[in-house]
Design a binder for this molecule. Structure first.
Ligand code: ATP
Ligand code: MG
Length: 446
């Protein structure tokens, strides 16, 4: 009896210990207990899962079989058939599942490499991914890192984008951390790697929130921020203390874009004079201050109320395209937001879009918009963009220029926080006239 009580006590203590471990240190609990258990389950059930998801293949293999052979002579004397069992080696059809590699834990799940059967393609696994996710009882399974003859499956236990807690400020020049990626890593935008960004999404999908996060992240840095807000300036006017220039009408936009083009040309001339290919190879003292241009609702820049505006719109389109084409090397970066950014807006939009190599696609109402933003990527990215629900604003598909894509969510940055950052760093705002007036523009001591 005392033994029984002792065993019960030990079991209860172990359960309480595990509960406390999981509760107070979930990360080490996952690596120490959760993941090894999951790994065993995955290996044990893989054959059934693969078979259910139609990923198995039949192979002919030699197997030892037990055959029932009627015994001649005996059968005729009794009603029951008498048989004798004999072992035999023969070729039979065997169902083989794709060979599993080593399961590697990640913070939110695991990754594992799979060897494709002959005749299989990665698309077969993409099709099966949802079924595998249900079989494993995980949030999602994605096919990543496709190599000849093998794919990597990446399972995530729960959606890490339900709550995003991070700060946009990174402390590194031209680098912002606007949110989190689905794999649990930080979503980092580095303008020196991907200079121009297109940010699309339906209304209330989180475009302006992303712009707020970028503004908050860039505000403490020695960069000039410029805004185009043709929605009457309601979005960006509160951030005016940190903006070196803000255009809220078409006339102002044309003037500001002309200034920007002149500035880019000045920087180009400086680089040429010093034999530099871009501003980063100029001597430190001559290196101009980077400019990040935020455009909210780009369609407004291209809309024409009547024919008289045609020239202005054409001028705007050309100037914006020039800034996009030349800006990269001369530290002028674009973030273009819009609900739709398609050729229907006018000539020049498709060329502009082609220059915006960084893509962010929030929830969209129509498949064409997702297509415009992510069209040249893997079709699974389009499906993921179309599946973003309305109740999670800020969730988006992010694609850099290397062709890979991620589900991500921006951290919530309400207007008052961005306004506060704009006020706190007003002293870092370079004066626009000084910035574009002096050639070469010299970086003021921060
Ligand atoms: N990352 C986020 N996390 C939580 N809530 C968010 C996030 N992004 C946006 N929201 C919420 O969604 C609302 C709409 O976002 P936002 O204003 O950025 O949309 P929008 O795409 O700019 O819409 P519009 O096209 O009308 O300007 C915000 O007021 C905010 O409450
Ligand atoms: Mg908005």
């Amino acid at each position: 009896m005392t033994d029984f009580v002792l065993v019960l006590g030990v079991l209860a203590a172990a359960a309480a210990g595990l509960w406390a471990w999981r509760r107070f240190h979930p990360v080490s609990f996952w690596y120490g207990v959760g993941f090894p258990l999951r790994a065993v389950l995955v290996y044990l059930t893989w054959h059934h899962v693969a078979s259910g998801c139609k990923l198995t293949r039949n192979r002919r293999r030699f197997r030892l079989t037990l055959d029932a052979i009627p015994v001649v002579g005996l059968a005729s004397r009794s009603a029951a058939t008498v048989v004798e069992h004999k072992r035999r080696v023969r070729r039979v059809d065997v169902e083989r599942s794709p060979r599993l590699g080593l399961l590697r834990p990640t913070r939110l799940g695991w990754r594992m490499r799979l060897r494709l059967h002959d005749g299989q393609v990665p698309a077969d696994y993409e099709k099966a991914a949802e079924g595998i996710a249900h079989a494993w009882r995980v949030h999602s399974v994605r096919v990543v890192d496709v190599r000849p003859g093998s794919v990597t499956l990446w399972a995530t236990m729960r959606d890490p984008l339900v709550e995003v807690a991070t700060v946009p400020e990174t402390g590194e020049l031209l680098t912002v951390r606007p949110g989190k990626l689905e794999n649990g890593r930080d979503w980092v935008i580095d303008f020196r790697t991907v200079p121009h960004w297109l940010n699309v999404g339906a209304t209330q999908s989180g475009k302006s929130n992303l712009a707020n996060a970028l503004l908050k992240g860039l505000a403490p840095q020695p960069v000039a921020l410029v805004g185009f807000d043709l929605k009457g300036g309601v979005e960006f006017t509160p951030y005016a203390p940190r903006l070196s220039a803000l255009a809220t009408t078409r006339k102002e936009s044309v003037d500001l874009l002309v200034d920007l083009v002149v500035e880019v040309e000045d920087r180009m001339a400086t680089c040429r004079a010093f034999g530099a290919r871009n501003v980063w190879t100029l001597p430190e003292g001559l290196r101009p201050m980077p400019i990040v241009v935020l455009v909210d609702e780009v369609a407004e820049l291209f809309l024409m109320a009547d024919k008289s505006e045609k020239d202005e719109v054409a001028k705007t389109a050309t100037a914006l395209l020039r800034v996009a084409q030349l800006g990269r090397a001369f530290a002028v970066y674009l973030v273009v937001c819009g609900q739709r950014v398609g050729s229907d807006l006018g000539p020049g939009v498709t060329a502009l879009r082609a220059q915006l190599s960084g893509r962010v696609c929030h929830r969209v109402n129509d498949p064409e918009t997702a297509n415009m933003a992510l069209g040249d990527l893997d079709p699974a990215a389009l499906d993921a963009a179309r599946a973003i629900p309305a109740e999670t604003p800020g969730v988006c598909i992010v694609a850099g220029q290397d062709g890979s894509w991620h589900r991500a969510r921006s951290v919530y940055v309400p207007e008052h926080e961005a306004e506060q950052a704009a006020r706190d760093y007003t002293h870092l705002t370079p004066d626009w006239e000084t910035l574009v007036g002096s050639a070469p523009a010299v970086r003021p001591a921060a």
